[in-house]
Design a binder for this molecule. Structure first.
Ligand code: URA
Length: 240
């Protein structure tokens, strides 16, 4: 059981003080009855709360897919640059949103934004083997030896060891490789190719877990994930 004003404000549309005003104006109902006090306690999962005639549709957490453009930083705040949180539209905004995993400013594609810390931890921890798939445009084609080195676990320039990763050249795409990793070390993909004397020219994250980036989502735009899509993010890649 939680305070009604806290539950309503947690959904992002109204602040606590706005909720208080709405309650005073008689515009908030709980299971069909007008609420007179905003500190009344209720159960967000089972009680029906309505504001200004609209049922709240309470969600404990929100999961958002962003198609990140270049020039945007994967942070919640930045003094000079636009952040991924700045791209979340007002109707999806709520307290505590953060990107679950960072992309470099010049990397594009799938960023998952959520307010669910446990979920983010689960999908980012290498122990859980949730794969992140990237398309990397390279300076030169991969050799068989490069592919084998990815599979064995690369050692980066500074001696950092990487877990087993998968890489292949994509057919009919020019010099574009698909890279699948379950870690998120700093600049990992760029450093993996650099350790083999290659260079990443463009980088795009296209898949998290088993969920593909929705390519119909324009760059810079967000959409909320369905419960089934959230489950797909959480899924390990089937073994080949
Ligand atoms: N690896 C990188 O080098 N950069 C990214 O943005 C993501 C993975």
């Amino acid at each position: 059981m939680e305070r009604l004003d806290k539950i309503i404000a947690s959904q992002g549309k109204y602040s606590r003080s706005e909720v208080k005003k709405l309650v005073k104006a008689g515009l908030v109902t709980l299971n069909g009855s007008v609420v007179r006090s905003s500190d009344v306690k209720c159960d967000a999962d089972t009680d029906e709360i309505a504001v200004d005639g609209k049922v709240l549709g309470y969600k404990k957490h929100i999961y958002i897919m962003l198609n990140k453009p270049k020039g945007v930083v994967s942070a919640t705040e930045d003094a000079s640059q636009k952040t991924v949180i700045d791209l979340v539209p007002k109707e999806m905004k709520r307290q505590g949103l953060f990107p679950a995993g960072r992309l470099d400013s010049d990397t594009t594609g799938f960023v998952l934004i959520t307010d669910d810390g446990d979920f983010a931890h689960r999908i980012l921890s290498p122990k859980n083997h949730i794969m992140k798939t990237y398309h990397a445009t390279l300076l030169k084609e991969l050799t068989e030896a490069d592919i084998a080195a990815f599979k064995e676990g690369l050692t980066l320039g500074d001696g950092t060891k990487c877990l087993e990763a998968h890489v292949r050249m994509l057919p009919d795409r020019g010099c574009v490789a698909e890279v699948i990793i379950c870690e998120g070390k700093y600049h990992q993909v760029k450093r993996m190719f650099a350790s083999l004397g290659n260079r990443v020219v463009e980088l795009r994250r296209v898949k998290m877990g088993e969920l593909w980036l929705d390519e119909s989502l324009p760059e810079g735009c967000c959409r909320e994930l369905t419960a089934q899509e959230v489950e797909l993010v959480n899924k390990q890649m089937p073994k080949a």
